[in-house]
Structure formats: structure tokens, C-alpha cells
Design a protein around this ligand. Structure first.
Ligand SMILES: *[C@@H]1O[C@H](CO)[C@@H](O)[C@H](O)[C@H]1NC(C)=O
Ligand SMILES: *[C@@H]1O[C@H](CO)[C@@H](O)[C@H](O)[C@H]1NC(C)=O
Ligand SMILES: *[C@@H]1O[C@H](CO)[C@@H](O)[C@H](O)[C@H]1NC(C)=O
Ligand SMILES: *[C@@H]1O[C@H](CO)[C@@H](O)[C@H](O)[C@H]1NC(C)=O
Ligand SMILES: *[C@@H]1O[C@H](CO)[C@@H](O)[C@H](O)[C@H]1NC(C)=O
Ligand SMILES: CC(=O)N[C@H]1CO[C@H](CO)[C@@H](O)[C@@H]1O
Length: 323
């Protein structure tokens, strides 16, 4: 791949980051409304993190009205079943996991999200991986959270020999510097955001916002802006033809290639948006109880269908930009 080492601002020179290629990207796929139905597939696999979700097909999700386009065509909704009390011996709560048909390497993905699933037991995520080549193709968790409270984590999960420097120019706080799935029980090299409105009820109350991922061979960066933040870049806000990430300010999280060769740890990845319940993270008794949620997570999900009325995604757009 041709890489132009153009340096766009002297301030970036002062960081240890080398800016690869250009910071300008062109819109290559805009997914709005019914385009989700053709640009994503509904995966019906079992949740590898042992969640209490039953991922259903697109046809079933449409038939059950758990996936639909808003009447004005501008919003795409992914809901969960909020009427059925589940038998403990049966499958989990009907939900969806959607994966982009296309795969990406160097790119920017901007997620305009108006509402994300909220409530006890929920574990929503927007992420990228290639499940047929995990962990060798890498995994970027753009954000995920659980039970409304332990949110706002952006993270990498990789094959061996990938660590992150302690000092990085980002607004978030690192929880671990080991990205390899072999280290720390596959905790990943997470970064917690400090923004109050970036997850769960606070995010939804603010009208949602934008998450963005920028992936190159020299760094992976995650950005976030709330709906009414003064700092939303105009190319993001307007969903323009092109974006220039050099004008986006300091990211929430940056994962540089300093001590992790990103080129060999990341391959072609799909975008994935999913909602599971409980499971290894959200369902851990310590976290579920600490979040102020009652009883056990699985009992709660089984027996309180109406508690999941707000466990839905309202997606304004997914825009992918490439060079
Ligand atoms: C759903 O998302 C979570 C969070 O990233 C992930 O750990 C889990 O494995 C996902 N489940 C499926 C089946 O995609
Ligand atoms: C969940 O989805 C499955 C597969 O489409 C369907 O057979 C089942 O009836 C649904 N469950 C409920 C409670 O709607
Ligand atoms: C699907 O659910 C939405 C929200 O409750 C509702 O507005 C819409 O009419 C439903 N569509 C169908 C076909 O039932
Ligand atoms: C951190 O990055 C931002 C945005 O790229 C830049 O404006 C700022 O000068 C950088 N700060 C340092 C200390 O490098
Ligand atoms: C680990 O990665 C570094 C580059 O980050 C590379 O120089 C080194 O050879 C790698 N070690 C192994 C054992 O692959
Ligand atoms: C909105 C919210 O809960 N944000 C949290 C993000 O993560 C930090 C670190 O754990 C918490 O302090 C914030 O409360």
C-alpha cells in the first residue's frame, strides 16, 4: 500500500505519533434507513460471551418488528422483545447482532446514534472484528458498556505482542496496556472516557451523538461528540462527502503502533452492532449488583420484559470514509 508521510500540523510532530498518509478521507458508504437491510447481515450465532440474548435473523426481526425503518425513512431501529416473560429453561431474549457486508482496513467510520440500548442487564456494543479470523485480524471495541454504569470503554483485543504506551495524547484514561487476548484474561487495552454523556441514559437524554473510529497502520483512534457539544466537527455533523480527522481535536482514545505493529495485528474487519444481555461482563454478579440492579441478571432479563422497552438502538447513519 502506498503511504504518504505527510505531516499536517507541527503540533502532531511533537507527539511520538507519525501521521501516516493523509488525514482526509472520502465517503465510500453511507448507510441510512433501509440501506441497513442490504449493507448489514443479521447474525444468528450463539453469543460467545454467554449472554441471555437470542440473536434472530433479519426476516424474523422484520416479522417481529424488532428491526424497522422509521416512517420518515431516516432512522433505523433495532429493538429487543419487551413483552415476553422467558422460561428459565428456554432461549434468551430476542435481540439482534448486525454485521456489515463490507470489510475495512484503513478507514474512518462515523456512527450517528440517536439512542442506544439502556437498562439493567444490557450490554450494547459497536465494534469491529473479523469473527472468522479472531484474534489474528484484531478487534476494536469502539464503545461498549454494561448495566448503564460501567460504560464508555474503548478497547483493542489482539494476538500476541501488542502493548500500548502509558503516555498518550488522549482525553480518556487507560485501564490496561496489554492488548493481547493472552494477557490479563483477555481484558484488552481499554480506555475509559471521562465524558458524562457518552453512554446509556445520559447519552440518550442528550439526544445521542457521534462515535467515530479512525484506523490506519500507525494508529487507531476513537472520537466522541454528544449531540449538542460545541466541538462537533462540521464534516461529522453534516455527514459530508469527506472528513479531515486532523481537525477533530484530541481523541478519547488513541492506540499507536509504537509497541504494537498494527499492520500485522489487524486485518480486514467488519463493523458489528449488537445487543446482548448479562453474559460474562454485564451478568457478573459483582457488576450487576454494584450497578444497583436487583437479583441476578438472568432472572431479571427473564422476568421483566417491560424493563427492555428502552433497550433499543436508533441509528441515524453509519458513514464509512476511505482514502
Ligand atoms: C456482543 O457484544 C459484546 C461486546 O463487545 C461481545 O463481547 C459479545 O461477544 C457480542 N456477542 C455477539 C454474539 O456478538
Ligand atoms: C424469538 O424469535 C424466534 C425466531 O424468530 C421465534 O421463533 C420466537 O417465537 C421469538 N420469541 C418470541 C417470544 O417472540
Ligand atoms: C413497529 O413498532 C413501532 C414502534 O413501536 C411502531 O411505530 C410500528 O407501527 C410497528 N410496525 C409494525 C408493522 O407493527
Ligand atoms: C494532542 O492532540 C491534539 C489534536 O491532534 C493537538 O491539538 C495537541 O497539540 C496534542 N497535544 C500534545 C501535547 O501533543
Ligand atoms: C513484537 O513486535 C515488535 C514490533 O512492535 C517486533 O519488533 C518484534 O519482533 C515482535 N516480537 C515477536 C516475538 O514477534
Ligand atoms: C457516564 C459515565 O458513567 N461515565 C463513566 C466513564 O468511566 C469513568 C471511569 O470509570 C467513570 O468515572 C464515569 O462515570
Amino acid at each position: 500500500m502506498l503511504r504518504l508521510f505527510a505531516l499536517y500540523s507541527t503540533s502532531l510532530l511533537t507527539t511520538s505519533l507519525l501521521v501516516s498518509a493523509s488525514s482526509v478521507y472520502t465517503l465510500s458508504n453511507e448507510v441510512i434507513g433501509s440501506a441497513f437491510l442490504s449493507d448489514f447481515v443479521w447474525e444468528t450465532i450463539a453469543d460467545p460471551t454467554h449472554g441471555r440474548a437470542n440473536y434472530i435473523s433479519q426476516a424474523d426481526a422484520l416479522a417481529q418488528n424488532l428491526s424497522y425503518v422509521s416512517e420518515d425513512g431516516n432512522a433505523f431501529i433495532l429493538r429487543t422483545d419487551d413483552t415476553t416473560t422467558l422460561r428459565a429453561s428456554g432461549v434468551g431474549r430476542n435481540s439482534t447482532r448486525i454485521r456489515s457486508v463490507a470489510t475495512y482496513t484503513t478507514h474512518v467510520a462515523v456512527f450517528d446514534i440517536r439512542h442506544m440500548p439502556q437498562g439493567c442487564g444490557t450490554w450494547p456494543a459497536v465494534w469491529e472484528t473479523n469473527r472468522y479470523d479472531w484474534p489474528n485480524s484484531g478487534e476494536v471495541d469502539i464503545f461498549e458498556g454494561a448495566n448503564d454504569v460501567r460504560p464508555n470503554l474503548s478497547s483493542l483485543h489482539t494476538s500476541a505482542n501488542c502493548t500500548m504506551p502509558a503516555q498518550r495524547n488522549m482525553t480518556g484514561t487507560a485501564t490496561s496496556l496489554q492488548c493481547s487476548v493472552l494477557d490479563n484474561g483477555n481484558q484488552g487495552c481499554g480506555v475509559l472516557s471521562k465524558k458524562a454523556n457518552n453512554y446509556g441514559p445520559a447519552f440518550n437524554a442528550a439526544g445521542g451523538g457521534w462515535y467515530a473510529l479512525e484506523r490506519t497502520n500507525t494508529y487507531i483512534r476513537v472520537f466522541f461528540w454528544g449531540r449538542n457539544d460545541a466541538t462537533v466537527p462540521s464534516d461529522v455533523k453534516k455527514g459530508k462527502c469527506c472528513v479531515d480527522t486532523s481537525a477533530w481535536g484530541t481523541p478519547v482514545a488513541v492506540f499507536p503502533s509504537t509497541s504494537c505493529d498494527l499492520d500485522s495485528h489487524f486485518g480486514e474487519n467488519n463493523i458489528i452492532i449488537n445487543l446482548t444481555f448479562c453474559g460474562d461482563w454485564a451478568g457478573a454478579p459483582s457488576l450487576f449488583t454494584k450497578a444497583g440492579c436487583p437479583g441476578t441478571c438472568v432472572d431479571y432479563v427473564n422476568n421483566n420484559p417491560s424493563a427492555f422497552s428502552n433497550a433499543y438502538w436508533d441509528l441515524g447513519a453509519v458513514r464509512v470514509y476511505e482514502q
